[in-house]
Design a protein around this ligand. Structure first.
Ligand SMILES: [Zn+2]
Length: 248
């Protein structure tokens, strides 16, 4: 692709974040953990924005019940591995972005290998067990994490900077995560709202522009449009942070 085409592709965005911001995006490596509702939309926005390298992690296949919110997939994809479809669609969207698929769950065994070379991780998971693994890994590796979760008409976002803000373990002390039995019921567009905010947080962290939701939890009720920003405070002797972060 010629440099002229590249300028064309990002011209509306460069007008906001500048050439320097675009340059930073093109060098950034982001891991999106989970390719469901949140992950499929976050990865589309980040691929579109021109993030240099996108690692996408999911072990699941596409279901018919995913299609009302997981807009990366189509009916013909049902039964196929999500990462396999996602690589193709994200490449079609922006061939200049390097997409690395991991057809696996994030586990204690592979987390450091997957996240080690990353600049930022995105929590697009739907369960606490997976989030615990992700939280431990980013605290240990000192990588920023953009957390998002959805349930019903609700969603929430927070940005975790290891050592500076409360981690996910501390966050759930303030507001417990949605506990879903079997599956999480959710209205499609609230996933889009939360995924968009997560993608914005990533772009802000990479470019250094604006004020991220560090130490703050944004909670959105899409049914009544009640939007709260909850200040998060540290939990003394957090078992995750005290294990991996040395006192300064
Ligand atoms: Zn902690």
């Amino acid at each position: 692709m010629s440099s002229m085409q590249l300028i064309d592709r990002y011209s509306r965005q460069v007008a906001v974040i500048g050439k320097e911001g675009q340059e930073k995006l093109s060098k950034a490596r982001v891991a999106v953990i989970g390719l469901g509702g949140l992950g499929s939309l976050v990865s589309m926005y980040l691929a579109g924005a021109g993030v240099g390298e996108l690692t996408i992690v999911d072990y699941d296949t596409v279901s018919l019940t995913d299609l009302h919110r997981q807009l990366l997939y189509r009916e013909e994809d049902v039964g196929k591995p999500k990462v396999e479809i996602a690589v193709r669609r994200l490449h079609d969207l922006n061939p200049t972005v390097k997409i690395k698929p991991v057809n696996d769950a994030l586990t204690e065994d592979n987390a450091e290998k997957i996240l080690g070379g990353m600049d930022i991780a995105v929590d697009a998971l739907d369960n606490w067990l997976g989030r615990q693994v992700l939280n431990e890994a980013i605290i240990k590796l000192r990588k920023p994490l953009v957390h998002g979760a959805v349930n019903g008409w609700y969603g929430q976002v927070s940005t975790i900077i290891p050592g500076k803000t409360p981690c996910l373990f501390e966050l759930v002390h303030v507001r417990s995560l949605p506990q879903c039995v079997g599956y999480c019921p959710v209205v499609g567009p609230i996933v889009g709202v939360i995924a968009s905010i997560e993608a914005l947080e990533v772009i802000k962290l990479i470019t250094g522009i604006g004020e991220p939701l560090a130490g703050k939890l944004l909670v959105i009720d899409g049914k009544n449009w009640v939007i709260d920003e909850i200040k998060l405070s540290r939990v003394e002797n957090c078992p995750v942070c005290s294990r991996y972060l040395k006192e300064k």
